[in-house]
Design a binder for this molecule. Structure first.
Ligand code: SF4
Length: 333
């Protein structure tokens, strides 16, 4: 059974910052802070839906969990730990800022059964962090990551692409610096410009234009392969689809199936590599695992169209027993 999270959002609560891109209300879709009762209700719903506890984590997302008011944080952790012990869930996951981690916080998290900590690194370039009002440096990310690993937690790092004052060269540098920190998981979020944020203001003044989903997808396809080649799981690529984000976004790289868009690019690239020495006068069947047929064809069959535009006559077909991203080409006679 696959991994699942019982997600509880702690929007902006206690966060001392106002990052250029952040509008937690839009991202989490709610404004009211979560309570211990919300933890209980979320767990009950998950149990009713028969989640597999040993593959399920109680996850606090959204704000800067370790920066919220201590009693409030402990009340949420107490509720989570209670259900962790009853149902034997895999663990508790929290996300926070790199400058809100120290030994004493890690001791507390350990005592309450937290197993995984995700840090919003966003960029490993100090000029980009500064321009986007992050309030921490790349060195903070390195130090916090090291400490988290020393305490034996699973480490997750989150990065963004297309931020103000960044570009794909800087974003690739960020990915490579993140790899050096040996995270277990990574989330990649292309920048989405939301209303009532500093980025929205910069965009209005004409000082910033965030890359679109179409512009970002080929680059994120590359990042996905860079991380996977290092055996680092990319557990999220693109903001999760939500009506609130859709209604609050004013620019940037939002797409409801962004990861699929990126994977489509990888298939196209791999198919073109396979076809590179083939005769364009002949017709070919391209085989991929049948489970990924729609990704290989691309959204709205864009890959089939792209192959045609490059002069290839191909049909993309599904086949049993091929690995993900494995391509076979056969001439149609
Ligand atoms: S630290 Fe996190 S919650 Fe706080 S403003 Fe930045 S992105 Fe939002």
């Amino acid at each position: 059974m696959s991994h699942s999270n019982i997600s509880i959002f702690v929007p902006h609560k206690g966060c001392p910052n106002d990052c250029s891109f952040c509008n937690q209300r839009a991202i989490s879709g709610q404004t009211v802070p979560a309570t211990p009762l919300d933890v209980e209700n979320a767990v009950k719903v998950a149990i009713e839906y028969n989640v597999d506890p040993k593959n399920t984590e109680i996850a606090f997302f959204g704000g800067s969990f370790t920066a919220i008011e201590r009693d409030y944080m402990l009340s949420l952790l107490t509720a989570a730990k209670h259900f962790l012990d009853i149902y034997n869930f895999k663990g508790i996951r929290v996300s926070t800022r790199p400058d809100c981690i120290d030994e004493s916080i890690l001791e507390t998290l350990k005592n309450y059964g937290v197993t995984a900590i995700e840090l919003g690194a966003q960029s490993m370039c100090d000029d980009v962090l500064l321009a986007n009002r992050r309030g921490h440096t790349a060195e903070d990310v390195r130090n916090a990551s090291k400490l988290i690993r020393e305490y034996g937690f699973e480490l997750g790092l989150q990065m963004m692409t297309g931020l103000y004052k960044s570009d794909f060269t800087k974003d690739e540098y960020t990915a490579r610096e993140i790899i050096k920190l040996q995270p277990d998981t990574v989330r990649v979020y292309p920048t989405v410009v939301l209303k009532n944020t500093h980025l929205g203001f910069l965009q209005e003044k004409g000082e910033y234009i965030a890359p679109t989903a179409e512009e970002t997808a080929p680059f994120c396809a590359k990042l996905l392969q860079i991380f996977e080649n290092e055996n680092i799981r990319v557990i999220k690529l693109g903001l999760h689809s939500s009506e609130t984000v859709e209604s609050d976004m004013v620019g940037g790289a939002y797409h409801p199936a962004f990861r699929e868009l990126c994977e489509g690019h990888i298939y196209l690239q791999k198919i073109l590599e396979k076809l590179s020495k083939k005769d364009k006068n002949l017709e070919y069947a391209i085989y991929v695992n049948k489970k990924v047929l729609s990704k290989a064809k691309g959204q709205q069959k864009r890959n089939e169209k792209a192959l045609k535009n490059q002069g290839f006559h191909c049909i993309i077909k599904g086949k049993e027993n091929l690995e993900e991203f494995q391509i076979e080409v056969a001439e149609i006679t």
